[in-house]
Design a protein around this ligand. Structure first.
Ligand code: ADP
Ligand code: MG
Length: 626
């Protein structure tokens, strides 16, 4: 019999299938089941629209059977079947389906990925089979036909015997190779597992003959074995069920079953959307941070189903990076099963869904923040850092989405507060939102720089995450109130004795100039402080880079060293200042000594390293013996 050649493009896809890697091969079954389900859909639709046909659900099912002796796996359906022409046109050509939408050779080379992620259709059978045989009888047809192919070199079609309308796909499973076990695809358990994983929610029963073992009635040690036809899939997906029918436990079970995480989810969101794009989704906000969450290895994404069939395990386009911690799935009837990643990215429906989902997640988080503060704080403890990165990333493109979800520790409330809470408490005369950055709440509390602001009774936000200050620099303001570091030059606080300190500055100019020359290369300036009350010295930064930012940037690997422009601030009301003045008048050597000590003290207070600890301690000793 004459062999028909495959169309060129189909041939390329076939080659890809044959050479695909093991981990992806299992999706062949998903593809065959989904075709079977589509074929039943079609006959169902006909029955709905054609009075001469009746549709009894009992008669429609998919049956999977494996035979180890002949190494064959059969997928039988009672769907609409195919005519000879249909076989010719549908099984010999793939170009009409979305799967061959790759544009260039590179994408073909990357094809492995496409196989794993997308519907690749009927040809997926060649990933596990040497020979594929399709027998089919179309509805309203008296003859049946057999299509058969061994892969790239073509296929044959001939008439055959088949009583019932429907299709029977038989795979002659490949033999094991050194590193791949094809035998697995003939094992009952493995097949059940694959069906559960990909096709659990197909709405027709997927039946299999399953071996059941039961202890004998008279002897518990021995087993009776018998074979029973069972339906493997659960048919009704939880996401299509009504929210009111489901309990928290149902959602938790689904989370576990799907292995979205090993923790208990903090919250779930169940969406049944019937708008311009119809979809169902179940989303989870986990409680714990996955161990690899803040690393490059972590892959965000939601499972994507097209009408009950899993087409992608991690669709990253459905989630913005800043909500990358969300787990779950989306099912839409409006998405085609055979869709390549390339096409998916531009899919209008998918974009609508993604936008919707982002909104829902945000409103869920906001309502948690408002009504279940404790839960929100748990969430924030895990993923607050992610939200702050979200504010910072992409030049602040998403800052407005996220700013109301941020929490920072408050000096006056002694707990985490929102920016809105902070601003609503601001006294009328307070111009800025103040913050102080440091290693821990304790350490920040003791920072001399906080003194004046705290003394005024103003609230200060404590920044302990590395990203905090960077995020706030991008945010710039909240509710028209600018952020201001307690170490910044202008605190916007009117001091009663400001004039006096202006005069001080003039008077002390020479002293400060001298001190500055002692610390040449280490500080940009030495000046009288207007923020210190009880401490003699502190460091502040002049310019865009704060001292905390300097620490963060310099702790990153391979980063060029960056220096904040440091200013040594002196409390001119402190007793120590008198000693400085005396030394300036009488003993310049002593002044140099004091200057170096004070600078090192300021460094220590900031948590910055003292460049020469030995010199520092011997300086201290010199003071003690003088
Ligand atoms: P797709 O399902 O996206 O159309 P496939 O490669 O999976 O692409 O299938 C190609 C075509 O072959 C189907 O559209 C359908 O017309 C036909 N087909 C495949 N399997 C069956 C089946 N079991 N019953 C009826 N038609 C089938
Ligand atoms: Mg298909």
């Amino acid at each position: 019999m004459a062999k028909h050649a495959f169309q060129a493009e189909s041939k390329r896809l076939l080659e890809m299938m044959i050479n695909s890697i093991y981990s992806q091969r299992e999706v062949f079954l998903r593809e065959l089941i989904s075709n079977a389900s589509d074929a039943i859909d079609k006959i169902y639709y006909k029955a709905l629209t054609d009075d001469s046909l009746s549709f009894d659900p009992e008669n429609y099912y998919i049956k999977i059977s494996a035979d180890k002796d002949t190494r064959t796996l059969k997928v039988v359906d009672t769907g609409i079947g195919m005519t000879k022409d249909e076989m010719e046109n549908n099984l010999g050509i793939i170009a009409k389906s979305g799967s061959l939408a790759f544009k260039n050779e590179n994408e073909i080379k990357d094809g492995h990925d496409i196989i794993g992620q997308f519907g690749v259709g009927f040809y997926a059978a060649f990933m596990v089979a040497d020979v594929v045989t399709v027998k089919s009888k179309a509805l309203n047809s008296d003859e049946a036909f057999k299509w058969e192919s061994e892969g790239t070199d073509g296929y044959t079609i001939e008439p055959c015997d088949k009583q019932d309308v429907g299709t029977e796909v038989t795979l002659k499973i490949k033999t094991n190779t050194e590193d791949e076990r094809f035998d697995d695809f003939l094992e009952e358990h493995r097949l059940q597992e694959i069906i559960k994983k990909y096709s659990d929610f197909i709405r027709y029963p997927i039946k299999m003959d399953v071996t059941v073992k039961e202890p004998k009635e008279d002897n518990e040690e021995e087993y009776d074995e018998y074979v029973e036809e069972q339906t493997v899939n659960s048919m009704v997906p939880i996401w299509r069920k009504n929210k009111s029918e489901l309990t928290d436990e149902d959602y938790e079970n689904f989370y576990k079953e799907k292995r979205y995480g090993f923790d208990k989810p903090l919250k779930h969101i169940h969406l049944n959307v019937d708008g311009t794009v119809r979809y169902n989704a179940i989303l989870y906000i986990p409680e714990n941070v996955p161990f690899d969450y803040y690393t490059k290895e972590y892959e965000k994404g939601l499972e994507l189903y097209s009408n009950g069939v899993l087409i992608m395990e991690k669709c990253s386009d459905l989630l913005p990076d800043f909500f990358g911690f969300v787990k779950g799935m989306v099912d839409s009837e409006d998405l085609s099963l055979n869709i390549s990643r390339e096409m998916l990215q531009h899919d209008r429906q998918l974009k609508v869904i993604a936008k919707n989902i982002q909104k829902k997640i945000k409103s869920q988080l906001k309502s948690m923040l408002k009504n279940e503060r404790e839960d929100y704080e748990k969430f924030y403890d895990s993923f607050g850092k992610q939200l702050k990165f979200g504010v910072y990333n992409d030049f602040g493109a998403n800052k407005d989405v996220l700013k109301d979800l941020l929490l920072f520790y408050s000096s006056t409330e002694k707990k985490l507060v929102t920016l809105d809470e902070y601003v609503s408490r601001m006294p009328e005369d307070q111009k800025y939102i103040y913050y102080a950055a440091g290693e821990s709440y304790d350490k920040i509390e003791k920072l001399p720089q906080t003194e004046v602001v705290a003394d005024k009774g103003y609230e200060i936000l404590y920044f302990t995450d590395e990203v905090d200050e960077f995020a706030i620099k991008i945010l710039m303001s909240y509710d028209d109130k600018e952020f201001r570091s307690v170490s910044s030059g202008d605190l916007g606080i009117e001091e009663d004795d400001e004039k006096a300190s202006e005069e001080d500055k003039e008077e002390n100019k020479d002293l400060f100039e001298h001190m500055k020359s002692v610390l040449a290369g280490q500080v940009k300036d030495v000046k009288a402080s207007n923020r210190l009350k009880t401490h003699p010295v502190c460091l502040s930064a002049d310019g865009e880079i704060s001292i905390e930012m300097e620490k963060v940037i310099n702790s990153m690997p391979d980063n060029q060293q960056i220096q904040a422009d440091k200013v040594l601030e002196i409390n001119t009301n402190h007793e120590v200042f008198q000693s400085l003045r005396d030394a300036f008048e009488n003993d310049k050597e002593k002044l140099d000594l004091y200057t170096k000590i004070l600078f090192n003290q300021a460094l220590l207070i900031e948590g910055l390293p003292v460049s020469d600890p030995v010199a520092f301690t011997s300086d201290m000793c010199k003071v003690m013996v003088s």
